[in-house]
Design a protein. Structure first.
Length: 180
């Protein structure tokens, strides 16, 4: 069964489960708008109210086939890049940070300070951390790959344990020779 990508003004929400991984997703006709943990459903509600007021929300029994396939491939350790369209909404600064995070290769990490430096905001690592923390599309915008300069994991919307699991998953499935 193919899930509907939506019509203008309409958003769909659904669950994704693969083994012990569980996520809540939100998508519309133009792409994925939100991906977070089930524990963060209140975050999705707040995000909807802020960036998608008045959108008709529908519950889907299945995800769009390309998205479900790509998520399954990622968790099976065979997908290293995403090509499902994403539609994150945020401030221009947040979007700039998310673009920088999108450039972090699979299985690698960057520090908040490195992201700040790349954006020409050397002293702005706390602001970078706040923007990373407000990422509405975890996994596809791989905020789990941003860590603290001192070697710690830093924060993660889905919890530090989930961040550690995602990093370990990528380390275990990184392609030979580091090439994606």
């Amino acid at each position: 069964m193919t899930a509907h990508l939506g019509t203008p003004g309409e958003l769909w929400t659904g669950l994704y489960r693969f083994e012990s991984w569980e996520f809540e997703l939100l998508w519309g006709e133009e792409g994925l708008c939100y991906l977070g943990t089930l524990a963060g459903t209140w975050e999705m509600t707040r995000y909807l109210q802020r960036y998608w007021p008045g959108a008709a929300l529908r519950r889907a029994s299945t995800l769009p086939d390309p998205l479900a396939r790509q998520l399954s491939e990622y968790f099976a350790g065979t997908r290293y890049h995403w090509d499902f369209p994403i539609l994150p909404r945020g401030t221009p600064f947040q979007k700039a940070v998310w673009e920088a995070v999108l450039k972090i290769p699979y299985g690698e990490v960057r520090t908040y300070a490195e992201i700040a430096h790349a954006l020409g905001r050397e002293r702005g690592f706390r602001a970078i951390g706040a923007a990373v923390g407000s990422n509405p599309i975890s996994l596809l915008i791989p905020c789990h790959r941003v860590v603290a300069s001192g070697g710690g994991l830093g924060g993660y919307g889905g919890g530090v344990d989930l961040k550690a699991r995602l990093l370990a998953h990528e380390a275990a499935h990184r392609p030979a020779g580091g090439k994606e």
